[in-house]
Design a protein around this ligand. Structure first.
Ligand SMILES: [Zn+2]
Length: 280
């Protein structure tokens, strides 16, 4: 039984303008400077004054990573709402809202192209689709990305940007953690490189599975990365958490990450790492 179905026809993407916050100027949450939107775009949506990393859509992420054109492996899978889940509103409505907001049928886009001259498979998570959460469709698409990377012996990069497993799919979303991890283990045994890039935020079941399984785990500066949220942890251990807890820099200092890399250096860094691992 599949917990997802293929749509009969491609779903039309909504007007692109509706996805991007409009306006000529953007106020930086890091330094409160007003930045000209075009200047921000040209700087990969990193604040030129304080280097605050604005969140990217999955598609913008792919555009910033690939050298040029890339082929989206568009499986057009849609969740079947296997539990008929309703919380404050029906899960089906949340799926429809995610589609309207992003033009995507779920929270990941997988594509093949060249990064720093090296052909690679990149899976890019879409935070604006139900918080980038992982249900059966995300798990299936990332598994297929790993399988494609294995078949063609191409390195795999997964850019995580996710609130974790999708509770509206219950245990079916939790089992994706094991399923993706098993696919990555096959990649590992075949000695095909996998690099995990953790963007803000990477939490829950995504952190607890593929985001931490890279041959190299690289995060963007100041990204929130964790499993449970700080409030839950404080209540559980009854201790105050240190400053910067669950941010990239803290995690690197404590051995949870290999590198923290500015987005403007990411392509060169990934290219260097992939070449070091024998890709290309
Ligand atoms: Zn700033």
């Amino acid at each position: 039984m599949a917990w997802f179905k293929r749509t009969r026809k491609p779903i039309a993407a909504p007007d692109k303008a509706s996805r991007v916050p409009e306006g000529l100027w953007v106020k930086c949450p890091g330094c409160s400077a007003l930045i000209y939107n075009k200047e921000l775009e040209a700087n990969l949506r990193v604040c030129p004054k304080c280097a605050h990393h604005f969140r990217l859509t999955a598609a913008d992420r792919l555009r910033t990573l690939f050298d040029g054109p890339f082929e989206v492996i568009d499986e057009r899978l849609v969740s079947t709402d296997p539990l008929g889940f309703v919380d404050t509103k029906p899960y089906r409505e949340r799926l429809a809202a995610g589609l309207a907001a992003t033009g995507l049928t779920d929270a990941v886009v997988v594509a093949i192209g060249r990064i720093d001259g090296i052909e690679a498979v990149i899976a890019s998570m879409e935070y604006y689709f139900i918080g980038g959460s992982m249900g059966a469709v995300v798990g299936e698409l990332i598994t297929r990305a790993a399988e494609r990377a294995l078949d063609r012996r191409l390195p795999l990069i997964i850019v995580s940007c996710s609130g974790g497993a999708r509770m509206q799919e219950g245990v079916l979303s939790l089992m994706q953690m094991a399923k993706v991890s098993a696919a990555l283990a096959r990649l590992d045994r075949a000695k095909v490189p996998y690099i995990s890039v953790l963007a803000d935020p990477t939490t829950g079941g995504v952190t607890a599975s593929f985001a931490m399984l890279g041959d190299l785990n690289v995060a963007e500066p100041k990204a929130l990365i964790g499993f449970a949220g700080p409030r839950v942890i404080e209540q559980t251990i009854k201790q105050k958490l240190p400053d910067g807890f669950q941010r990239s820099e803290f995690l690197r200092e404590h051995g949870m990450l290999d590198m923290v890399v500015d987005r403007r250096e990411l392509v060169a860094t990934l290219g260097r790492a992939l070449r070091f691992m024998g890709a290309g």
